[in-house]
Design a protein around this ligand. Structure first.
Ligand code: RB5
Length: 151
């Protein structure tokens, strides 16, 4: 798979670790920064990955910050993005099965390294189930255009 990644300063180290892991698993990575632990503003990096996924330059995206939360909030502003920040393997799995999540946001300060790998592996390998879940995702997509009037 082609994976776009980015981090702020608080997720930089985790991005580097995960990037190596993805490459050794045979994935193609697009590193969209940041490239050090010097303080930066996470929305600038979330938007880069979100655009790459939304435009289909990348199949999926990964975002890293202190908690995963600011990245997730920002990414979900972009049409076509379904970003999640799971706390455990079960949420990671369901975010693929039911929500077809296309960006995974992880917190370097909040997750143990072992659970990060488990979450990543499950998220990368679990398929979307489609069916009734597809219908619900279509409603979310409509909301992107029409959020003020759709019920
Ligand atoms: C940076 O201190 C921190 O706020 C950021 O990495 C992230 O956790 C925000 O959601």
């Amino acid at each position: 798979m082609k994976i776009a990644l980015a981090a702020d300063h608080a997720g930089y180290k985790l991005k580097q670790t995960i990037m190596e892991r993805l490459q050794s698993d045979g994935h193609e990575v697009i590193d969209l920064g940041t490239d050090s632990s010097q303080s930066v503003d996470y929305p600038h990096f979330a938007i880069q990955v979100s655009r790459a996924v939304s435009s289909r330059r990348a199949d999926r995206g990964l975002l890293f910050c202190g908690t995963g939360l600011g990245m997730c909030i920002t990414a979900n502003k972009v049409a076509g993005i379904r970003a999640v920040s799971p706390c455990d393997v079960s949420q990671a799995e369901m975010s693929r099965r039911h929500n077809d999540a296309n960006i995974l946001c992880l917190g370097q300060r909040t997750l143990e390294q072992e659970s990060v790998f488990d979450i990543l592996d499950v998220w990368m390998s679990t398929p979307f189930e489609g069916g009734r879940h597809e219908r619900r995702l279509n409603i979310i997509a409509e909301l992107e255009e029409n959020w003020q009037s759709l019920e």
